[in-house]
Design a binder for this molecule. Sequence first.
Ligand code: SF4
Length: 319
Amino acid sequence: MKNIKDYNLEELKQELIDIGEKKFRAEQIFKWLYVEKIKSFDEMTNLSLELREKLKEQYTICNFGIIKKQESKDGTKKYLFDTLDGNAIETVLMQYHYGYSICVSSQIGCKMGCKFCASTGIKFARNLTSGEIVEQILAVEQDTGIKISNVVFMGIGEPLDNYDNVINAIHIINNPKGLNIGARHISISTSGLVPKIYQLADENIQCTLSISLHASNNKKRSEMMPVNNSYPIEELMKACKYYIEKTNRRISFEYALAKDSNDNLEDAKELTKLLKGMLCHVNLIPINKIENGVYTKATNTNILNFRDFLNEHRNCCYY
Ligand code: SF4
């Protein structure tokens, strides 16, 4: 059966028309799903009994169950959700001074094979549907009672490899009658799928683009990220410049510092040269060693030297 959360508002209006109902019912259903956050058609009390029965015959409402929940000292909550088909996905809730941010998964497993990423060990099973992406936000809001203000597509999966479902989920998340989270509070992180970056730039959605860069030359980047063999740095930078030109949005470059790999001053110099003149900032992240992984965290001295060099030459954030 079809998951009713897979439809954006315009699509839902069409679904209602197709089953012989008035399209304004779609707005009522949207409100029940995303404002009232109900879990069953029976709770949609301003719909006739007949319509509720009709909806039950054709659609389901996907509600994830929590398999596991872990909370760290800083309040970060990590959820493992049951996707109801024998798979599981991870979602993380973080609290910042500006509100609550959620890191959602876009796929079950990932095909990209980045050498430093724990998701590389998780075999790709399938794309998440738009409803399953949105459900991660709803399930966390239902569990905690809080209102999420920021969404980052940085969980398991390459969001641009599941392009249509991610864009559709953004339309639901962003709709004032849906979850009402502004596009500027939604961030998509990609390993660098160049054709999809061009496509995203042309969507006219004001979301933030994050690029997992991690190296500033092709040799080092291809060692860390096989995607670089298909879309080398020169092509990636061209696509990033196009994105900035079309959206006038600043790009975030993620750079995980790995010991004896990409963490020396020569790398910092090369990075500043690569990003010269671009509307962007760099997020430096200490790499987390994964099981059987070759990369380990850079020394504090190298991290600070790298950060200071970048700060002298351009904007940089260090987490
Ligand atoms: S694309 Fe993202 S999730 Fe996939 S392997 Fe690379 S870093 Fe991990």
